[in-house]
Ligand binder design. Structure first.
Ligand code: HEC
Length: 132
């Protein structure tokens, strides 16, 4: 009688252990795939940011590099002090910024950036004169 009960207890314990082992395996699998899941979530979270505010560098690369990269029509070139400093000294940053918004000479209004705000233009200019 006691033997039977003991066997039952052992069998029961084994079942519990087996179930636990299975759960642990599932947990282990979840743990293993977790980093991939996290990376995916991080990527999904980064996506709206990419559609949000752009850096000056991004705006420059999208809208300004075509002319300001090589100096088309005499456009002051990216981070070339000799091109930018005289303009900044003569007019000051705010006027240079206004001229970029309104257009000046061969420089089209907003540098043809249709979806740029005035602050986007400012950020792009700040990037172009960075470190000069
Ligand atoms: C189609 C070519 C072209 C594009 C695109 C362009 N620029 Fe220009 N930009 C010029 C030229 C040419 C000048 C020189 C104008 C002059 O002084 O006669 C200039 C001058 C400027 C100046 C100096 C203004 C001043 O008062 O001296 C700023 C600032 C400027 N651009 C900003 C930008 C920004 C920011 C972008 C992108 C959003 C951009 N430009 C895109 C051609 C371009």
């Amino acid at each position: 009688m006691i033997r039977k009960v003991l066997l039952g207890v052992v069998a029961c314990a084994l079942t519990v252990f087996a179930v636990q082992a299975q759960e642990m395996t599932e947990e282990a699998i979840k743990e293993r795939i977790k980093p991939t899941g996290s990376v995916h979530i991080a990527g999904a979270q980064a996506a709206p940011a990419a559609g949000g505010p752009r850096s000056g560098e991004e705006i420059y690369n999208q809208a300004c590099v075509a002319c300001h990269g090589v100096g088309v029509l005499g456009a002051p070139k990216l981070q070339v002090a000799a091109d930018w400093q005289p303009r900044l000294d003569e007019k000051g940053f705010d006027t240079v910024w206004q001229n970029a918004i309104n257009g000046i000479g061969g420089m089209p209004p907003m540098g043809t950036c249709g979806n740029c705000s005035n602050d986007d233009i400012k950020a792009a200019i700040e990037y172009m004169i960075e470190g000069i």
